[in-house]
Ligand binder design. Structure first.
Ligand SMILES: NC(=O)C1=CN([C@@H]2O[C@H](COP(=O)(O)OP(=O)(O)OC[C@H]3O[C@@H](n4cnc5c(N)ncnc54)[C@H](O)[C@@H]3O)[C@@H](O)[C@H]2O)C=CC1
Ligand SMILES: O=C(O)[C@@H]1CCC=N1
Length: 284
């Protein structure tokens, strides 16, 4: 696929069904890159008083999802997986399914399969792409994985790439891998924040002021992540280059091995991936 043009502003109106954490992260990612102004973004949710973050920024807010679909071109579905049916039922309170023109629906729901999405959204003339984004897209370092449904056109996929490449990495993957890859990229930030907190706790334990410990831990991880991403060296080699023989780092490495750090991270990804698949199998 040709490199998306990341600077040209979007002409489309973008909608979010559900204005929670991940919807805000996508919104901030798009706006901060100059792709779209807040005024071109619409959001819907069951209570307007929960949408003040959006209205204060200048976005248009709706209490019913049908009005959001009517007034936008691309709709991000950003509710919790078990709320999907309730959100769809809400559309029917104000609109008839065949009232809608064909539009692009981008699901960010963990676990919910393209087949499940298609069977629920088919009456609304939906073209569908399943994605797994992550919150670091707020700062332009996100990672979005996606699988298009057969209803999605080449133009839809190009538009998705244009939007989400501006907020970080955006990569198509086969659907059978999205639960596992999503455990790594979608849930992974929580695991990394826990790791940063624990590393900072260690430094505080040894006497470093908390604010410094937090700042230094984050900067250290940012640099290490950049090297791991951009270097051709294996992460094991990068680790070896930090460990002086008989030095301080290898003592810390030994402590991590004694506490089964690798098994703990592997288990975290396994459990998150299995839960994601379970959400899909349970029909949310
Ligand atoms: N938080 C994260 O890091 C990530 C979340 N996701 C997915 O994003 C989705 C949303 O997650 P969060 O943003 O974390 O949850 P959240 O709870 O922050 O947001 C969900 C929003 O949906 C709204 N809502 C509830 N009922 C609704 C209805 N009937 N119609 C419209 N809106 C309704 C709620 O008011 C709330 O603002 C989930 O499906 C999750 O699997 C995917 C990747 C990362
Ligand atoms: O915890 C969850 O289910 C969602 C999916 C990935 C991140 N948060």
């Amino acid at each position: 696929m040709a490199e998306p043009n990341l600077t040209k502003p979007l002409s489309q109106k973008i909608g979010f069904i559900g204005g929670g954490n991940m919807a805000k992260a996508i919104c901030e990612g798009l706006v901060s890159k100059g792709l779209i102004p807040y005024e071109q973004i619409h959001v819907s949710g069951p209570r307007l008083d929960n949408l003040t973050w959006w209205s204060q920024k200048g976005c248009k807010v709706f209490e019913h999802n049908g009005y959001l679909i009517e007034t936008t071109d691309v709709i991000f579905i950003c509710v919790k997986p078990h709320i999907l049916q309730t959100a769809i039922d809400d559309i029917n309170k104000t609109h008839k399914p065949d009232q809608f023109q064909s539009k692009l629906y981008i699901s960010i729901l963990a676990g919910v399969t393209l087949q499940q999405l298609a069977s629920k959204l088919h009456p609304y003339n939906a073209r569908i792409i399943r994605t797994m984004p992550n919150t670091p897209m707020t700062v332009g370092e996100g990672c979005t994985l996606y699988t298009p449904h057969s209803t999605a056109t080449k133009t839809d996929i190009e538009l998705l790439n244009r939007m989400l490449s501006s907020t970080g990495l955006c990569r198509e993957i086969p659907e059978h891998l999205i639960d596992t890859a999503g455990a790594l990229t979608g849930s992974g930030p929580a695991f990394v924040y826990m790791m940063l907190e624990a590393l900072a706790d260690g430094a505080v334990f040894m006497g470093l002021p908390r604010a410094w410990a937090t700042e230094f831990a984050a900067q250290m991880a940012l640099g290490a992540a950049k090297m791991a991403r951009d270097s051709t060296k294996h992460t094991g080699q990068l680790k070896d280059e930090v460990c002086s023989p008989g030095g301080s780092t290898i003592r810390g490495v030994r402590a991590l091995e004694e506490h089964n750090m690798r098994a703990a991270f592997m288990d975290a990804i396994e459990k998150a991936a299995l839960r994601s698949a379970e959400i899909g199998k349970a029909g949310q």
